[in-house]
Design a protein around this ligand. Structure first.
Ligand code: PLP
Length: 396
């Protein structure tokens, strides 16, 4: 480490566990709307929204107000499920109001991976089966169960053995649906694959999965951790495909910047936790009242302020502006976008030069030839034009 590092940066490298040899290492001073400022006053336009988290932008006033109001009342009072805490109840009620009738019961946890773990347990409890079918190039989280159904061998080989009984289908290959059989507890799938580089389902593919699951008595779990909360132009992506899962996993943008996840199913399924054994799934901090209050304000603003209604149009503007001879493809639904180039090296170069010019983009876990654009949904058309001009400038 050289002396040009600030004390804070030095301590970051000395004492925080790293996840990569090349962190972006922006020293954050503050964040507001679609912008992040560093300690030196440089302003960055955040085109990844903390990886599909800050859908309302950073520090949305309604979310901040809800957090402040709850801070005045109580913080943690009891592990999940025992006391009646208004922020939890209001959030669960709101979700039930917005979701199809069979998704009327929410269990709040702390993260995406945790919601996947619990959904897998619930599927085992409900079916008495232990096998899962997932997709190649999927990402469902970094814990052992979630990793077991993640279709990225690079992330798994060093921690085997993982869960047995997991088979992998190729996304959009209807011929692989035969892997789902009478021994399958659940199929777990992102309706739009995120870290595979934004892969949209073909017409009829999700329907075929739904039909097969119903046929063999397997549950269908949709991982909408990345696609949820308006990102794709509807509150949840599955609404656009007319296919309803048995269990819905959400997290990331749910809390408006606060850490909260949920898995949502029918009351009948959820009641399995209460017996044989009771306390079948427990969490100390899941459904923290401050996070639930933030999530309630977040979801209310997303829906009531018409923000989701504009998402697809904004996505179309991006697509129109991101035209350059070096851009091979833009894959997109709403404001969930992948921009593909000829090689991983080109992607690395463009991500780096965008950052130098104050635009934050980021890579995918399973698609080295593309980078992600997932801006806050509140981005204006003028801001989209400015950002695209920078990106196109970096493509030359
Ligand atoms: N599922 C999907 C589709 C994700 O994109 C992610 C995170 O990127 C996860 C699950 C895991 O969520 P978390 O990082 O909150 O555990």
């Amino acid at each position: 480490m050289t002396s040009e590092y600030s004390e804070m940066k030095q301590a970051f490298y000395d004492h925080l566990a790293p996840t990569s040899p090349y962190p972006l290492a922006i020293e954050v001073e503050r964040a507001e709307g679609i912008f992040i400022w560093d300690k030196k006053g440089k302003r960055y336009t955040d085109m990844v929204a903390g990886i599909a988290v800050c859908n309302l932008g950073h520090r949305h006033p309604k979310v901040i107000q809800a957090i402040q109001d709850q801070l005045e009342k109580y913080l943690h009072v009891m592990p999940y499920g025992e006391f009646i805490q208004a922020p939890q109840v209001q959030l669960a009620e709101k979700l039930a109001e917005l979701l199809p009738a069979n998704l009327d019961c929410s269990y709040f946890v702390n993260s995406g991976a945790e919601s996947i773990e619990a959904a897998m347990k619930l599927a085992k409890r409900a079916t008495g089966r232990v096998n899962f079918v997932a997709c190649h190039r999927s990402y469902h989280g970094s814990t052992h169960g979630a990793l077991s159904v993640t279709g990225n061998e690079q992330k798994k080989f060093h921690v085997r053995p993982l869960l047995p009984g997991v088979s992998f289908m190729r996304f959009n290959h209807s011929e692989d649906i035969d892997l789902i059989d009478e021994n399958t507890a659940a199929v777990i799938i992102e309706p739009i694959q995120g870290d595979a580089g934004v892969r949209l389902p073909d017409i009829g593919y999700l329907d075929a999965l739904r039909i097969r699951c119903t046929e063999v008595g397997a549950l269908l779990i949709f991982d909408e951790i990345q696609t949820g909360m308006g990102r794709t132009g509807s509150l949840f992506a599955f609404e656009q495909y007319g296919v309803v899962p048995d269990i819905l996993c959400i997290a990331k943008a749910l809390g408006g910047g606060m850490p909260i996840g949920a898995f949502i199913a029918s009351k009948k399924l959820m009641h399995l936790w209460t017996h044989s054994p009771m306390l079948g799934h427990i969490t100390t901090f899941g459904g923290h009242p401050v996070n639930c209050a933030a999530a309630f304000a977040n979801i209310t603003a997303l829906v009531d302020d018409g923000i989701i209604d504009e998402v697809e149009e904004k996505g179309m503007l991006f697509e129109m502006l991101l035209k350059h001879k070096n851009i091979k493809e833009v894959r997109r639904k709403g404001l969930m976008m992948a921009v593909e180039f000829d090689s991983p090296e080109t992607v690395q170069r463009i991500v780096k030069s965008c950052l130098e010019r104050g635009v934050i983009t980021f890579w995918f876990l399973s698609d080295p030839k593309s980078f992600r654009l997932q801006p806050p949904l509140i981005i204006s058309n003028d801001q989209i034009k400015e950002c695209c001009a920078v990106i196109i400038g970096c493509c030359d």
